[in-house]
Write a protein that binds this ligand. Structure first.
Ligand code: GLA
Length: 402
């Protein structure tokens, strides 16, 4: 009888594994890394990327917690080989992709690559449609740890099914890989992608602009604020192992210092995957200081894994609150108006309630220590009103600790 029960139990566990899809535990906090797209588009090759890997280390990015090194579109030849395999472009990668992946791994980083659910990638290279299992096996043989999977050229394809198929193919290939869905939020992936992958894009592509982007080739990317405004309603779908992805960072790609700082702060408040997208070899000191601010990163990586919510909004001033582990909080004051604004925030007049994280904080009951995460200074407690002037398109980001 006991044996029969054990056999049944074993059978149940085994069949659960057959149906299990994504590798669990790969992204208990939002993934952090670098991706080639925002700066280089398809102009990538081994010498350039090796230089990027080297500065990834020497600039302190790896030590600040960035782990993944992801090649976006443009790494392949325009055709598969006679056996249907994808081929790393030999002009760009003369030593092949395995050798480059080995180089990335030798520096203590993880390696990521890109393809698309459609017949072609967005830049016109061979897509994965119909080759899911074959491509996943190839990636596994190269040592890929992260796959970004796009949504161009998908006419007539069902998003849920296409992404589930690729997720199963990764599982079958046997190598744990983060699966990053990039269908731009078109089919509400936050409602179904948690079972399939670790992160999913919630919007179209970001551009390096805070407020208003400029059209290029008749198409307009989204600004930091455009994307920010689309996150509040989907925050309940994110959590450890499954994240909304408001797209990669544009820090260091042409915005002003205050705008870069605000963009980074807001992405940390959103528990966003932090994928830098700048030329690491040419980072200014200010850019490096933003991307490697460990106290801001700790807010992003907080183990509770809860996205911020908009607590207050008036006249271009917004206040975001992110519940943290141990009943602590991060609070970000954003001035999105075009003039400096004075804030005077008397904590004791506020009660913070958040049903999603079951947070309930009354500042008359609990006093917190305040830490300014950009000034890197302790600035008193919530016992006293917080007063400061914030410049246009700038933030103050505070951690409220016990
Ligand atoms: C889409 C994605 C981008 C990038 C490009 C590559 O636009 O959303 O992030 O991967 O394709 O062609």
């Amino acid at each position: 009888m006991k044996n029969l029960l054990l056999t049944l139990l074993f059978g149940l566990v085994a069949s659960a594994n057959v149906f299990a899809q994504k590798f669990e535990d790969l992204a208990q906090t939002p993934p952090m890394g670098w991706n080639s797209w925002n700066t280089f588009q398809t102009r990538i090759d081994e010498p350039l990327l090796k230089g990027m890997v080297d500065t990834y280390i020497s600039s302190g990015m790896r030590d600040a917690g960035y782990t993944y090194f992801v090649l976006d579109d443009g790494w392949m030849t325009m055709e598969r080989d006679k056996d249907g395999n994808l081929v790393a472009d030999p002009k760009k990668f003369p030593n092949g992709m395995k050798a480059f992946a080995d180089y990335v791994h030798s520096k203590g980083l993880k390696f990521g690559i890109y393809n698309c659910a459609g017949t072609k990638t967005c830049a016109g290279y061979p897509g994965t449609r119909g080759y899911e299992y074959q491509d996943a096996r190839l990636y596994a043989s190269w040592g890929v740890d992260y796959l970004k999977f796009d949504w161009c050229n998908t006419e007539g394809i069902n998003a849920k099914e296409a992404y589930a198929t690729m997720s199963k193919a990764i599982r079958a290939a046997g190598r744990p890989m983060i699966f990053s869905l990039c269908e731009w939020g078109q089919h509400q992936p936050w409602k179904w992608a948690g079972k399939v992958g670790q992160l999913w894009r919630s919007t179209g592509d970001i551009g390096a602009a805070f407020d208003e982007t400029v059209a290029r080739n008749g198409w307009k990317p989204l600004s930091v604020l455009n994307i920010l405004d689309r996150q509040d309603s989907i925050r309940q779908y994110a959590g450890p192992g499954h994240w909304n992805d408001p797209d990669m960072l544009e820090v260091g790609n042409g915005m002003k210092y205050n705008e870069d700082k605000a963009h980074f702060s807001l992405w940390c408040m959103l528990a966003a995957p932090l994928m830098a997208g700048n030329d690491l070899r040419k980072m200014s000191e200010q850019t490096t200081a933003i991307l490697t601010n460990k106290e801001a990163i700790a807010v992003d990586q907080d183990p509770l894994g809860v996205e911020c919510f908009k607590y207050y909004s008036f006249d271009g001033l917004e206040i975001f609150v992110k519940p943290l582990a141990n009943n602590e909080l991060a609070v970000c004051f954003l001035n999105r108006s075009n003039r400096p604004q004075n804030i005077s925030f008397d904590w004791k007049e506020h009660v913070i309630n958040d049903a999603i994280s079951k947070t309930n904080i009354d500042f008359n009951q609990t006093t917190f220590k305040l830490r300014d995460l950009w000034a890197k200074k302790d600035i008193g407690t919530t016992g006293k009103a917080f007063k400061q002037t914030i410049g246009a398109n700038d933030v103050v980001m505070l951690k409220l600790g016990k």
